[in-house]
Design a protein around this ligand. Structure first.
Ligand code: UDX
Ligand code: UDX
Length: 468
């Protein structure tokens, strides 16, 4: 199949590279010349597992990069639209990029094409895209608009794409469904997984990939509802963690206890400093607004956002309670990306916490395995950048764990303790067992679990860590 993917961001680039690996001829279109030049030159603009391998495997062969949208449309049977849909000031999704792509591609529809929404868009977007294409003079018989939402997590986007829990195809015509079924056939037939050079299968993969065909509107809603539900799971466990802190219970035991109920499931029940990233914050907000426009006040979504915001404030209070005053304190920060495994700092709760601490007069030395360059562009020299976790910890009054990178869960605690001026760790991601920390002489605060003093005395007596 010949496929065009419009937008070479986190979603478009991964989709393009994966379609090429599935055997299709792909042209990825972008209007950012610098990005295109870098991609053509062999650079990989984002930190994403397996993406460098796929790009070097297919670049210049089954995978081309271009700024010519109309040329790409003419040579393709399906056009996946993966341009950004950032939030406007009022929180709605800004669909102007999607609209301009729809307008521009109209002039190039010279045979039957399926225009596929890949970006997260509100319900009814497909109808608008259709109207725009028709308004620009395209024959209604020559195209269909479909929705094929992505469920890619940054960091594992390539394996999420090639080993999906499900592929959702939303279309209102049999013809469009057939085109999309054919595109995904290597995954739904299982043929891709038999190849010796296939990307390795992750745990929990259900192969061959199941496919769900729905109406276009249902598919659009599946995307918003999925992200809102996952955000709800995170806010729910964060709220439970707050109750645990009040009564001295342990949220990891509670999460295990509820997550083993197969109706609930164990995933996305890790408490922390709140969800971030380019999707959950904007999608929960956008879904709230879309629901209102459609006549339903989805107040549950307000509470999900409220708990998420509150979770950051609670963490900041924990830092103040552990250290008393913050002005002039030297804090080591591990993790700046919005989660582990990515260099993405969009809506990163770690970064928001760093900014709040700077405002309170702390001095920050930070380390992140992948996100430092991007943070430098935002924070400049207002923080110090370290080359390792230990260098960040050196001479610090306390260490803050803000992103769930695997390497931060495996630190040499003896060395860490030696580097720190005071052996205090405030963990926003529950990466350590409190008893292990106290056995290493570290005063340890985490989320939804009793704080621990070096001698192993749980700091229940220090209700909320307030005692000096
Ligand atoms: C995607 C989805 O589009 C968004 O809806 C989803 O919720 C999150 O992921 P992402 O891939 O992260 O967004 O976006 P971004 O990294 O901003 O990439 C978009 C690309 O589209 C950029 O490279 C931009 O240059 C390109 N673009 C944008 C175009 O080629 N044409 C345009 O008109 C606008
Ligand atoms: C998410 C969805 O998972 C994906 O299906 C969708 O297509 C895009 O949005 P992503 O934003 O890459 O993916 O990250 P995800 O792994 O979902 O994490 C989002 C945020 O929630 C991160 O800040 C993460 O740290 C946080 N999180 C996640 C928790 O705090 N606890 C959890 O249990 C899981």
């Amino acid at each position: 199949m010949r496929i065009a993917v419009v937008g070479s961001g986190y979603v478009g680039l991964v989709a393009g590279a994966c379609f090429a690996d599935m055997g299709h001829d792909v042209v990825v279109v972008d209007n950012d010349q610098n990005k295109l030049a870098a991609l053509k030159n062999g650079q990989v603009p984002i930190h994403e597992n397996f993406l460098p391998e796929l790009l070097s495997r297919h670049r210049g062969q089954r995978l081309q990069f271009s700024d010519d949208l109309q040329g790409a449309v003419r040579q393709s049977a399906a056009i996946f639209v993966a341009v950004g849909t950032p939030p406007t000031e009022s929180g709605e999704a800004d669909l102007s990029y999607v609209e301009s792509v729809a307008r521009e591609l109209s002039g190039a529809v010279d045979g039957y094409k399926v225009v596929v929404e890949k970006s997260t868009v509100p319900v009814y977007t497909s109808e608008w895209v259709r109207k725009i294409i028709l308004r620009n003079g395209t024959d209604p018989e020559k195209f269909d608009v479909a929705s094929n939402p992505e469920f890619l997590r940054e960091g594992s986007a390539v394996t999420d794409f090639l080993f999906p829990d499900r592929i959702v195809i939303g279309c209102d015509s049999h013809r469009a469904a057939e085109v999309l079924r054919e595109i995904y056939l290597p995954l739904t037939s299982g043929q891709y997984y038999e190849r010796v050079d296939a990307i390795p299968q992750p745990d929990r993969a259900s192969i061959p990939a199941p496919i769900i065909v729905t109406s276009t509107k249902s598919a659009e809603l599946i995307k918003h509802a999925s992200n809102a539900f996952l955000a709800m799971k995170i806010s729910f466990i964060n709220a439970v963690a707050s109750v645990c802190e009040s009564v001295g219970a342990d949220v990891s035991q509670v999460a295990h206890g509820i997550g083993t109920d197969s109706r609930i499931g164990p995933r996305f029940l890790s408490p922390g400093i709140g969800y971030g990233g380019s999707c959950f914050p904007k999608d929960v907000m956008a879904f709230r607004i879309v629901a209102r426009e459609c006549g339903y006040e989805f107040r549950l979504l307000d509470e999900i956002m409220h708990i998420n915001e509150d979770q950051r404030q609670r963490f900041l209070r924990k830092v103040r309670n552990a250290l008393w005053t913050l002005r002039g304190k030297r804090l080591a920060v591990l993790g700046l990306a919005f989660k582990g495994g990515t260099d993405d700092i969009r809506e990163s709760p770690a970064l928001l916490i760093v900014q709040a601490l700077l405002q309170e007069g702390s001095k920050i030395t930070a380390y992140d395995p992948a996100a430092m360059e991007r943070v430098r562009e935002t924070l400049g020299s207002s923080i110090t950048y370290a080359n390792s976790a230990y260098e960040a910890a050196h001479g610090a009054d306390a260490l803050l764990l803000l992103t769930e990178w695997e390497e931060f869960a495996n630190l040499d605690l003896k060395r860490l303790r030696q580097e720190l001026k005071y052996a205090i760790v405030i963990d926003g991601r529950n990466l350590y067992d409190p008893e292990v920390m106290s056995a290493h002489g570290i005063t340890y605060y985490s989320v939804g679990r009793p704080a621990c003093l070096p001698d192993g005395v749980p700091a229940a007596a220090l209700k909320n860590g307030k005692k000096a």
